[in-house]
Design a protein around this ligand. Sequence first.
Ligand SMILES: [Zn+2]
Length: 62
Amino acid sequence: MYFYNLDTGTLHIEGYCGQSNPHPNHIKHFETEQEAYAFAGRQKIHMCVDCQKKRDEKLKKV
Ligand SMILES: [Zn+2]
């Protein structure tokens, strides 16, 4: 599950970083990264650095 912070334009992965519980009215949930990009446009979304790092670590371990 991904969530997009409308204020900062940052895409997070749920549970991956400390920003997992921002104000609910400032975020939007997506099942996939692609859905988020389809909603806001690829140019406007920045993947959270912390979340991206953790995802990369997980991918390496598998
Ligand atoms: Zn994050």
